[in-house]
Write a protein that binds this ligand. Structure first.
Ligand code: MOS
Length: 744
């Protein structure tokens, strides 16, 4: 297959990743690899109680250990303000708003109580073992039952209570011809990006320079400025390569401590967390307990959907697991009651992890729909299609572009759904029971305000694009180059891309599956500005120019230049236009327009997941040899990187379905499996054939017609697997992960 590299076909083409070669050859420099003369390495001492006071911190042995430059504790750490928390402050990046190393308080088991700096990582690690804290422990809430007993309250998301009520769902449920009503649970999960969290920091006078692995450079810079009492321009955060984020690469205490320690020692500091360190200091997905009750008519149409969730948070963070988000978007129903409550625990702050809300929420909802399908004797695909809404449920807002039914039908066809037995335990191959399950998926379209980009038109029809965006491995640099090449009608090779630095334009989080929309809107705005400027400075005023009198509104781009919209033959290349303007290059920077499309329309990505599931009759092991993901996510801007995003999300969903669970010792609140040997993730041997397809229908309301694709891949996968397990062996598992003990 040939890959278009210019012209109108460059968008959507399977363009290989720009960062691919430097990553596979090991020359991409990650945050923990930035060389610095005189570098000190940080090691962290973690509390071993969940709550209480530090009563003793003997640091003498550590201070006298070879190579040690500093042992920092709350006794000698410099003044620092509490970091602004994500979702509580417009530029908050921190997982929580707790002060870092300001007092003798311990708030979770694993909190950093001392930082040791030494001239090698090994010497720092050794010295950290010599620090011997003692504690006056206080009663802590470290079990889910204790948290619930302490009391629950309605959770809020960005200040909005997570409550949606339409009609009388409880009455409708009681009156329904057929109903299901079950409780589902999902466990705590920890962040396990391939690159553990790391930063290399150095003070340049009063300026803090941070090489970080973040997915929100601008917010981290502003948040660090607040912590250290600096102007925002006194902090520079650079993160050109990020080895996976999934929501976890925000601002966490290790980075604040590294910056403080660098200030104290007047030397550069590297804080590269061990895998265990990530579990102790970085929050992951919280646990949930959900009730889903659906009342239906005999023909399958829903009269009532009740979905209530209870999940754990801490007092100090503001990111609930909004488990009902998908429920409010997927199905028509006569009435709804959707509510999310929280109970507080003394743990590291929970945080966002790929499709927070939708991933655990869809496990409950889509399992319940499967259960209802069996009660009704209706095929699970057909049941979903019968409840397809015409407008957004509850709000009644019009859909901008919804082709969920097409995606469902295409996925069912591709998978071969019609060959599935409706009756469980119908197919066996040797020791293996074979089944199939399906689930629907959705994820909201988001475009945060703050998108901006700078474009630089250079000699020879070269274009530079600069934005404070992030490359976490999903293809940002590549797609940004495609978007820019298409705008200018220049070859991909003529576009250079700068990103991953807080000094670049825009506030562009790689989160909420919104980065590409933000960039597309910003590039379009900056391009318009640049073209207008180019015409105003030269051709528009010039005599003899084919573009005389033109404005940004009356030209188009074609073949490395501009032409009249009404006469494509009236064309000039960029070099000629720059020459008319007396310029060697031209820059334009512009903010994206406010995301008005989000208020006016119901905009979502959609998907349908189909899983072939095998359960071993002897051992209870579950295998998933085959998954089909069929998506409706607007226009796909790069067929190769999009497929990678979908597959990656599906694999993460397999982990959620079958393996992932952060084990906490209820007596102490300590995470007991902080390693990849004890916290299981899918490895290659666990991943079978994953086939992804999409409708590719552009959305007329969104930048470039695209929807987000970063998170929807994980949504629905756990339910599809659970439903497949039921189809294989007739056992309904309502508690993730589906481990073999639950099937024997
Ligand atoms: Mo995603 S959890 O918004 O990085």
């Amino acid at each position: 297959m040939s890959t278009p590299t210019t012209g109108p076909d460059v968008l959507g083409a399977p363009v290989p990743r720009r960062d691919g070669r430097v990553k596979v050859t090991g020359t991409a420099r990650f945050a923990a690899e930035v060389p610095m003369p005189g570098l000190l390495y940080a090691a962290f001492v973690h509390s071993t109680v969940a709550k209480g006071r530090i009563t003793g911190l003997d640091v003498a042995a550590a201070e006298n250990s070879p190579g040690v430059a500093l042992v920092m504790t709350h006794r000698n750490a410099p003044p620092m303000a509490a970091p602004p928390a994500f979702a509580l402050h417009p530029m908050g990046a921190s997982g929580d708003n707790l002060p870092v190393m300001r007092d003798d308080r311990v708030r979770w088991n694993g909190q950093a109580v001392a930082v040791v700096l030494a001239d090698t990582q090994e010497r720092a690690d050794r010295a950290a073992e010599l620090v011997t804290p003692s504690y006056a422990a206080e009663p802590a809430v470290t079990t889910w039952s204790a948290a619930k007993a302490r009391g629950t309250a309605r959770a809020s998301n960005y200040g909005m209570p997570l409550t949606t009520v339409s009609g009388d769902a409880d009455a409708a449920l009681s009156a329904a011809a057929v109903s299901v009503d079950h409780t589902y649970t999902t466990p705590r999960e920890s962040q396990n990006a391939m690159e553990p969290h790391a930063a290399t920091v150095v003070w340049d006078g009063d300026t803090l320079v941070v090489h970080d692995c973040t997915q929100l450079v601008s917010q981290v810079a502003v948040s660090l400025a607040e912590v250290f009492g600096l102007r925002p321009d006194q902090v520079r955060v650079s993160a050109p390569f990020v080895g996976g984020g999934f929501g976890g690469k925000g601002l966490w205490s290790y980075l604040i401590l590294a910056a403080a320690a660098a200030r104290m020692t007047r030397r550069p500091v590297r804080a590269a967390l061990s895998r265990e360190g990530v579990y102790r200091l970085v929050g992951g997905r919280t646990l949930t307990e959900q009730r889903v009750a659906i009342g239906a008519r005999a023909d399958g149409r829903f009269d009532a959907i009740i979905h209530t969730g209870l999940m754990a948070m801490t007092e100090h963070n503001a990111v609930p697991e909004a488990v009902t988000s998908a429920t409010g978007a997927l199905y028509a129903a006569g009435s709804f009651r959707l509510e999310v409550d929280r109970a507080l625990m003394d743990t590291v702050a929970n945080f966002y992890m790929r499709a927070p809300g939708e991933a655990p929420g869809s496990f409950a909802l889509e399992s319940a729909i499967d259960e209802l399908a069996h009660e009704l004797g209706i095929d699970p695909v057909e049941l979903r299609l019968r409840n397809e809404p015409e407008t957004e449920p509850v709000t009644g807002r019009p859909f901008s572009s919804r082709h969920a039914v097409e995606a469902y039908r295409a996925g069912a066809e591709r998978f071969g759904w019609s060959a599935r037995s409706a009756v469980p335990r119908a197919r066996r191959e040797g020791e293996w029971w074979v089944g199939a399950g399906t689930a629907a998926a959705t994820y909201p379209y988001v475009r945060f305000p703050g998108g901006a980009a700078r474009l630089v038109l250079q000699p020879g029809g070269r274009v530079g694009v600069e934005a404070a965006a992030h490359e976490m491995g999903m293809g940002t640099a590549t797609v940004l180059a495609q978007i820019t090449a298409e705008r200018f009608a220049v070859p991909l090779t003529a576009v250079s891309v700068s990103y991953g630095d807080s000094t670049l334009p825009g506030v562009i989080m790689a989160a909420g599956s919104q980065q590409t929309a933000s960039l597309a809107a910003a590039v379009a705005a900056a391009h318009r500005e640049l073209v207008g400027g180019l015409l105003a400075a030269g051709a528009a005023a010039g005599t003899g120019s084919p573009l005389a009198g033109c404005t940004a509104d009356t030209v188009a781009t074609r073949d490395g230049g501009l032409c009249r919209l009404d006469d494509p033959d009236a064309w000039e290349p960029y070099d000629a236009l720059l020459a008319r303007a007396g310029l060697t290059e031209l820059r334009a920077e512009q903010a994206a327009p406010p995301p008005a499309e989000m208020g006016a329309w119901s905009i979502h990505s959609y998907g349908a997941v189909f899983a072939e599931v095998r359960v071993n009759d002897v051992t209870g092991e579950v295998r998933v040899p085959r998954i089909v993901g069929s998506f409706d996510c607007g226009r796909i801007l790069n067929a190769r990187t999009a497929a990678g995003q979908f597959r990656g999300g599906i694999i993460m969903g397999l982990g959620m379905a079958l393996m992932e669970e952060t084990q906490v010792d209820g007596r102490t609140g300590r995470i007991m499996n902080p390693s990849l040997s004890e916290y299981h993730l899918p490895v290659h041997a666990d991943v079978g054939d994953i086939d992804v397809i999409w409708t590719g229908i552009p959305d007329p309301r969104t930048p470039l017609g695209a929807h987000g694709i970063g998170e929807i891949g994980i949504v629905g996968v756990a339910a599809a697997v659970a439903n497949g397990v039921y189809n294989a062996v007739g056992v309904r598992v309502r508690d993730l992960p589906i481990t073999l003990d639950k099937l024997l």
